[in-house]
Write a protein that binds this ligand. Structure first.
Ligand code: ADP
Ligand code: MG
Length: 816
């Protein structure tokens, strides 16, 4: 277009006025030789020219072509670090560390010059010229210096991974770059990605008016033959194991790379293979001296907590003994479903049995690779194996695009990856094993063809690949709950989130709904984040639960609130019907369970805490039973789902660890046993729940109103919610069914024959002006009827937004 040409000529004139300065770098011969083999080296001149002439460019290139390690060096040599710094963002912490070290080494510069900065850690100095950071760190810097004045170039690496932070950075930088240009202090933006869908960046006119130039780094890729399994097996770990044995014993030399999903699996397979192909004494010595001890990783494995409780209880000043958090299982890579993988190798004996030890085979050099592996051990994968050995790397998807391992000829692909899921209700994250995308599977296959023609063995059928794999992974921004996204973006000082130039935008209506929910919560006021909002944003859950957690701090109610949040992410804690038995037996059990729950509900505030109180009591009792080694039995007798109880425990630990990591000052200690709450605490918990669930209040449908309907009896349990048109109902299993409180809050709704409320607690309407003031019109005198304070009665009269009409409230007495 005409604007494009105009822009470019102007820029070229500018460039001609600037003298080009070259900075010398003296590299070791060996490194220079390796560099010259990288496809991107051939493009150095061209890349620098395009960067000089354009503010924003995209570099797409096959993994291993040299983008991450070389482009920063090109820029340094072209003088971009003379006055300001060059910044490279990585989605993964390990990539920021290891790439900064590699670049420093290649350039013969100290890590004071080529440095990294990740959250809580880094080696950046005054002299730093090239700085590798995580995308989150750069976002924080924008917060304090919107124009990023210290930098001459920002490189967003691995943009194809589409993390929320990278996406937001692209949006922000699309505005910062023109601003810097206007100020006569241009900033260059380079978006780098593997050869995956870049159209989201180039064809989005809201993002970039003129599509930025794309440089494709051509690299020589040898053909890779793909072999699908005839059948898709569940136990991909075992299947991977036999595939490696087959390749190693039958096929010509060449490295093997196996893709699994997590650290735990990687270590299991490494261990199996090292037992199957034992090192001889001499090699063992080499291994111990120069490399890693073959089984070290496996031995350092976090053990299952039940078998490994250390009993070092931490004490709080109130003399109450709390259980050390070590007593919980620490999920690997934050996964919440550890244990599952152990079952993959359930017939362990078979695998380790005599028949599978290959004493006389060609030796195999087996190395693990995953994010949390210490960087020194990670470096092992780049070194050639000892002479006579075949290299075999067992990796997570970190080897898919972040790290390139030399000399791989065979790829074994499990087809799975650990995927981050957000719980829709609570916003809690969990990691689950799922199929990867077609794009990822093809990336993985490509790893086999870098030095010679290769083979990729897919441990799944072509039907599964064609029918069940998505083309591309969904960008994280579309998976993250919008309330949380909205608040986080507001905390980054982003003014109008609904107008933000997202590379892929979340649903606009949902963003707007999120905005109004955040206002009701008091996290936003007049489009500004309140100090409450700032506190809320630090909790790794949806804002409503963040608010509840923030309030719990003041009354030592963390254990209880954390438990409520955790329990909400777990379905069906209580069984409705027994799984087995005659219908008479089932009926009896159901009645017994119902009476038990009424007992748990108690009286007074405890009863009014309702279903949430019952849940807390049940979990508390189950944990006590667990400490006596009787959890299974307890669950059976009381109608609790065993797996739900253990899942809740894991989530409670995960949430506690995450909160302590984000807000170290809190230093929460959660007592798994959870002391029973007293009447005052029950009341406080009701208020905390109200504070977080103000947009989910329901008012009892009056008799008068119910009488208008044909089937009156049906409306006995009907409520009108402030957020909905339809009636919502108390479920027959709710302990509040007998009390039928006037006002309740609910955790969520679900629909079967009717719309039911789940997680119901009773609230006192006079608490509304204190805990959900945003819902109450107290200050506008012209309302009809006008709100007023009746001194004699001590009541406030006001209308509540929603469908509740006028209410008289006595002034609230309890402050939180
Ligand atoms: P890209 O970013 O395009 O995927 P990289 O710049 O990461 O490519 O990698 C270029 C080359 O540098 C690859 O051949 C890779 O094996 C090599 N390499 C990267 N890091 C190291 C390291 N720490 N030690 C040895 N070689 C490395
Ligand atoms: Mg890279």
């Amino acid at each position: 277009s005409s604007t494009e040409t105009k822009l470019n000529t102007k820029e070229i004139k500018n460039i001609q006025r600037q003298p080009t300065v070259y900075v010398d770098v003296i590299r070791d011969d060996e490194i220079q030789e390796a560099r010259l083999k990288l496809p991107i080296l051939a493009e150095e001149q061209y890349i620098i020219e395009v960067i000089n002439e354009n503010e924003i460019i995209i570099i797409a290139g096959e993994t291993g072509s040299g983008k991450t390690t070389q482009v920063p060096q090109f820029l340094y040599e072209a003088g971009y670090a003379l006055k300001k710094q060059i910044c490279i963002t990585e989605p993964r912490r390990v990539a920021a560390i290891s790439m900064s070290q590699r670049v420093a080494e290649e350039m013969n510069l100290s890590t004071q010059i080529v440095s990294y900065l990740i959250r809580f850690e880094g080696n950046v100095t005054e002299e730093t010229k090239i700085k590798f950071v995580t995308d989150g760190v750069l976002l924080k810097e924008i917060h304090s210096d919107f124009l990023l004045t210290k930098y001459s170039v920002i490189i967003l690496d691995e943009a194809h991974e589409r993390t929320v932070y990278t996406d937001i950075l692209i949006g922000l930088l699309s505005r910062i770059v023109p601003l810097r240009k206007k100020k006569g202090d241009p900033l260059k933006l380079i978006i780098m990605s593997a050869t995956l869908r870049v159209s989201d960046f180039t064809e989005n006119q809201r993002l970039f008016k003129v599509a930025p130039p794309v440089i494709n780094v051509e690299s020589r890729q040898f053909p890779v033959t793909t072999h699908f399994n005839k059948r898709t097996v569940e136990n991909y770990l075992k299947e991977a194991y036999s595939k490696v044995i087959k390749i190693h014993s039958k096929l010509p030399e060449g490295g093997i790379l196996v893709f699994l999903t997590g650290q735990h699996e990687v270590n299991l397979l490494v261990k199996k293979l090292r037992i199957t192909f034992p090192l001889n004494m001499k090699d063992k010595l080499i291994a111990e001296k120069e490399r890693i001890e073959p089984n070290a990783d496996y031995n350092n494995y976090p053990n299952d907590f039940d078998k490994n409780s250390k009993g070092t209880n931490k004490k709080r000043n109130n003399n109450q003994t709390h259980i050390n958090l070590d007593d919980y299982s620490i999920p690997n890579d934050n996964e919440s479903n550890s244990g599952e993988e152990d079952e993959l190798f359930s017939d362990e004996e078979d695998l380790i049995g005599n028949s599978s030890v290959y004493h006389n085979a060609q030796p195999l050099w087996v190395l693990p690779l995953y994010s949390l592996l210490p960087s020194q051990k990670q470096q092992q994968v780049f070194k050639p194996p000892p002479i006579g050995y075949r290299l075999c790397i067992i990796s997570t998807n970190i080897a898919e695009t972040s790290l390139t391992i030399p000399n791989i000829k065979y790829v074994v692909d499990s087809g799975r990856a650990k995927i981050k899921l957000y719980d829709k209700v609570t916003g809690l994250t969990s990691y689950v094993v799922r199929w990867t995308s077609k794009a990822s599977a093809n990336q993985r296959a490509g790893r086999a063809g870098r030095t010679c023609p290769g083979h990729c063995y897919r441990l799944y059928s072509s039907a599964v690949f064609n029918n069940e794999f998505e083309d591309f992974a969904t960008p994280e921004i579309q998976k993250r709950p919008v309330d949380d996204l909205y608040l986080q973006m507001k905390c980054m000082n982003i003014d109008k989130v609904t107008n933000f130039p997202f590379p892929t935008a979340p649903d606009l209506l949902q963003l707007k709904a999120a905005e109004s929910r955040l206002e009701i919560l008091g996290a936003l006021r007049n489009n500004e984040v309140t100090s409450l909002g700032q506190s809320i944003s630090k909790f790794p859950v949806l804002p409503r639960f963040g608010k509840m957690l923030a309030l719990s701090n003041q009354h030592d109610l963390f254990s209880h609130t954390i438990c409520l949040v955790a329990a909400l992410s777990v379905q069906e804690v209580f069984l409705e019907t027994p799984w087995s038995g005659s219908s008479e037996e089932k009926k009896q059990l159901r009645q017994k369970w119902a009476s038990l729950r009424r007992e748990w509900a108690g009286t007074g505030n405890s009863l009014l805490l309702g279903d949430n109180g019952v849940l807390l009591r049940a979990i508390g009792a189950a944990e006590y039973a667990n400490s006596q080694g009787k959890l299974k039995e307890f669950c059976q007798i009381n109608g609790l789902r065993f797996n739900a109880v253990t899942d809740i425990r894991k989530l409670r630990l995960q949430l506690t660890l995450e909160i302590n990591k984000n807000i170290p000052a809190l230093d929460i200690i959660v007592d798994p046993k959870m002391e029973p709450f007293n009447d005052i605490q029950a009341k406080l918990l009701r208020q905390i729940l109200l504070a977080g669930l103000g947009d989910q209040i329901a008012k009892k449908v009056s008799l008068e109103e119910a009488n208008q309907f044909k089937e009156k009896a049906k409306y006995k349990y009907a409520y009108k919610a402030n957020s909905m048109e339809d009636f919502v109902f108390l479920h027959q299993n709710s302990v509040l069914k007998k009390t039928l409180p006037e006002f309740v809050i609910f955790q969520e709704i679900y629909e079967t024959d009717k719309i039911y409320m789940r997680g119901v607690s009773a609230i006192d309407p006079e608490w509304l002006p204190t805990f959900v003031p945003e819902l109450c019109n107290l200050s506008e005198p012209l309302l009809d009827p006008p709100p007023f304070y009746n001194e004699k009665e001590g009541s406030i009269y006001c209308t509540v937004r929603g469908t509740f009409g006028t209410q008289a409230w006595t002034l609230p007495e309890v402050k939180i």
